[in-house]
Design a protein around this ligand. Sequence first.
Ligand SMILES: Cc1ncc(C[n+]2csc(CCOP(=O)(O)OP(=O)(O)O)c2C)c(N)n1
Length: 576
Amino acid sequence: MNGGGRIARVLQCHGVQFLFTLCGGHISPVLKGAKDLGIRVVDVRHEATAVFAADAVARITGVPGVAAVTAGPGVTNTITAVKNAQLAQSPVVLLGGAAATMLQGRGALQDIDQLALFKPHVKWARAVKRVRDLAPVIRDAFHVAQTDVPGPVFVECPVDLLYDQAIIREWYASAAPTGGGLGNRVMRAYLDLHARRLFAGPDEIDPAAKDVATPSPDSRAVARAARRIANAERPLLIVGSQALVEARHAASTAAAIERIGMPVYLSGMARGLMGPAHPLHRRHQRRKALREADVVVLAGVPSDFRLDYGRHVRKQACLVAANRSRTDLNRNRRPDVGVIADAGLFLRELARALGTDSAGRWDAWSRLLVDRDAERETEIGDMASAGGEFVNPVSLLRSIDAQLPENSIIVADGGDFVGTASYIVKPRKPLCWLDPGVFGTLGCGAGFALGASLCRPDHETWAVFGDGSVGYSLAEFDTFVRHGIPVIAVVGNDGSWAQIAREQVKMLDDDVGTVLARSDYHKVAAALGGHGVLLTGSDKIDVGLDDARQSSLEGRPVLINAWLDKTDFREGSLSM
Ligand SMILES: Cc1ncc(C[n+]2csc(CCOP(=O)(O)OP(=O)(O)O)c2C)c(N)n1
């Protein structure tokens, strides 16, 4: 088994089904090894897409997603997506090619100090130096990626570790100087020794996955939290992505939240956890509810900018927080009851500690929030009926929500239009909503959609884009077509990078750098073999959506180019 085969064997034993890549000679044996073992190799058009797709797989399945990219520029192209995975705490294993061990630091093609580049952006990075170390290092990589606070890891795999020994030895022999002088003989001996060291060691490998422990909460802290909650009059629960790290427990975590019985807001990967219309689940006016709450429970949610650095929660309120990360737990505001633990497990233990069904305990408080949600829904309804020259974005998103089947995944990549979508389009189930997370990276859409659709081929995958953000993803329509990925992309085309323009025009009275053309993005999808739908009026929404879904059903990716009514930034925008 060559090095590529060894790596593939470890991936296989860790339940990896897909390897995302953009090829390069430095990594060819990894792709070949993966293919030979039945791992589907999915080749994309930009390395960032490969990592975004791996990130999506990790989040949806709980099994680390894997990408392999070539040395140098292949590796550097992934940095933004890797950073995004780090901040989203997503366990991605990135395999990077590298120059031959003998040539590193000597001006070889695509040879740079990759570890120095990656160390600040990953949880763990290693460069492998011998074939025998490939399997153990990659097993460690999987383990580290999933342990405690999950995150991306990087393993550098030099090209001379990956090919068959005979090829590498031949290569070393041909690189050796020929002549008979002492210097040449010493160099030949040195190269021979180096090659022997590279391949020394047993042929057998141990590819098995190591156990990953779930950080469990201290039972006294759980009891303390339960006491504070039991005495609360207006408790509020905020659940974030970390509660879904162990994807397999999503249903029991949802059941625990139901038993706990307090009103809940969901964010990040936790969206959809309670289904589209659970009576405890609130969607609007979170800030107002937080100001009124007397006990706030943050399950896997840091007090970062999204909670105004903790200031959204009143000083007098009791803050209970569970987080895998001690830093995140105490960031900006120390909780009154802090628990280092998996947030999902914490909720399940909390439900047990609270004991008897707490349903009904906070009825008046709950009703207040339900009424507020209903008021906001009425306002949104009014926005949807506002007439205009082109497509009303609220109306379009409401129609998408109305058509969305139970088996569907929504990917969000953009600014205002996507922000509006996050209030209107309701994921039907857990792990069916993907957004970049705290790094706010535009350009994640195609990769996320690719990973999601591959993991859930029986689901409709909807990717909601702005006309700005879709620019990063357009070339991947080629990938969707080649690999039969029937994504439905919806582009809110307002001829603008609107989320930026809105503030910029208000503050600087200038839209410089924020204006786009109303381009024919649907034609790009069609030119690459997909289907394109142009939507220019609200009256055509249902026909356009039917057309798009039909195309997807037939296995053909589709892009809906929806010309939105332009926002006059001087008067405020439609987005919420
Ligand atoms: C990689 C990256 N570049 C730039 C930004 C800054 N940014 C945030 S929102 C936004 C505008 C998005 O425009 P568009 O996708 O057209 O959506 P719209 O707001 O128009 O609905 C920009 C440029 C970013 N978040 N990420």
